[in-house]
Design a protein around this ligand. Structure first.
Ligand SMILES: *Cc1c(COP(=O)(O)O)cnc(C)c1O
Length: 397
């Protein structure tokens, strides 16, 4: 590495998104270099020993660090206003690594009940086998979070807005409750990204990402990240370098390019989502629309304060149950039937039978995922085309 350009300084988010973290090699490339190498060579046996012991900084092996991955970590840390960031192979491996490095057997987590399905399974079903219990509470009920704290509680885990019902947690209020009792607050910021919401500014201790979603933004690669103070991300890093779910250099390179357009994508997709949500509210076969940018949303005021806009996820219920919801899915021609979200191509999902299909019916009921519910992750197509497609879908009921 020859130089780091430019210094991060006090640049705006737009500038950080395209510039932060770049390291130019001796070739002075303009676009970030992709270092596809599993290991790095040393000048001498003494240097090898110093690198391995940590006495000298530098790359050793790509399970530990890689320059392309480091560039992505620096850029995302700059966007989140974090001191440090560690990248992981997927969003789920970010969550796993975080829990494995910050919690021990006998400790406890309080989490919102409306979680991404795999997160719910990890915390509710897998981690208890290793002695880490999670209590699930209604995310808008601050008193319920306070009441769920035990002496052994280590973390508050929240996703806001939640998936798929877009319920909004009051980050600052939960931080106050947690910090009074020495509990860390972790926010999964996947739906908003730092463009719309910066949890660390509100006092959260760590931010998590499924980079697979908006950070890539074009449905190409999986990735994840944990950002926050170095003393905490270092603990996650120690688990990662040993256990191995690190981000690949190739995926990091794709994600670096994704970050460069994050702001304009988030703004455009969010504006389209608001238009679509308002339109859905007027459709006779739609019974309820969930979108934090709508006045009808129960936490509209909070969302307006906490987020720059409502985001790009819109959920709604239709007249009927599973059969009717599936008819809408099967009759749309343009919207992609896929569980992914955060893509430039709009996607349509029936959460109860897909993303939330593997959790128990009780967990599903607690998360509010009913059979008549559909979720749209709005992309970059024309709003009129999306409306026409949904109109075809809804008229099939
Ligand atoms: C997708 C998602 C995850 C998991 O991320 P992967 O990259 O699929 O492992 C976690 N949290 C939220 C909110 C998600 O949408």
């Amino acid at each position: 590495m020859e130089s780091s350009v430019p210094p991060i300084g006090d640049y705006s988010l737009e500038t950080l998104a395209v510039r932060a973290g770049q390291q130019r090699s001796q070739f002075n490339e303009h676009s970030e270099a992709l270092y596809l190498t599993s290991s790095f060579v040393f000048d001498s046996a003494a240097q090898a020993a110093a690198r391995f012991s940590g006495a000298e900084e530098g790359n050793v092996y790509s399970r530990f660090t890689n320059p392309t991955v480091s560039a992505f970590e620096t850029r995302l840390a700059a966007l989140e206003g974090a001191e440090a960031c560690v990248a992981t192979a997927s969003g789920m491996s970010a969550i796993l690594s975080l829990v494995m490095s910050l919690c021990s057997s006998g400790e406890h987590i309080v989490s919102s009940s409306g979680l991404f399905g795999a997160t719910q399974q990890l915390l509710g079903t897998i981690m208890p086998r290793f002695g880490i219990q999670t209590s699930f509470v209604e995310q808008t009920d601050v008193a319920a979070w306070r009441a769920a704290i035990r002496p052994e509680t280590r973390l508050f885990f929240l996703e806001t807005p939640s998936n798929p019902l877009t319920s909004v947690a009051d980050i600052a209020a939960l931080v106050e409750v947690a910090h009074q009792r020495g509990v860390l607050v972790v926010v999964d910021n996947c739906f908003c990204t730092p463009i719309l919401q910066r949890p660390l500014d509100l006092g959260a201790d760590l931010v998590l990402h499924s980079a697979t979603k908006y950070l890539d933004g074009q449905g190409r690669v999986l990735g994840g990240a944990v950002a926050g103070p170095k003393r905490l991300t270092d603990e996650v890093f120690r688990f990662l370098r040993t256990a191995g779910p690190t981000l690949s250099a190739f995926n990091a390179w794709v994600l670096l390019k994704g970050l460069e357009t994050l702001q304009i994508r988030m703004q455009a997709q969010s504006a389209k989502a608001l238009q679509l949500a308002q339109w859905l509210e007027r459709q006779p076969r739609v019974t309820r629309v969930y979108y934090p940018g709508l006045r009808s949303h129960p936490q509209f005021e909070l969302a307006s304060r906490q987020q720059k806009s409502g985001g790009a996820i819109v959920s709604f219920t239709v007249k009927g149950a599973r059969e009717e919801a599936w008819k809408v899915v099967d009759s749309c021609r343009l919207l992609s039937i896929t569980a992914n979200l955060g893509d430039t191509k709009t996607t349509l999902t029936h959460p109860a039978s897909t993303t939330h299909g593997r959790i128990t019916p009780e967990q599903r009921a607690l998360a509010g995922v009913s059979e008549d519910l559909l979720r749209i992750a709005v992309g970059l197509e024309g709003v009129v085309d999306l409306q026409n497609d949904l109109e075809t879908g809804l008229s099939a009921i």
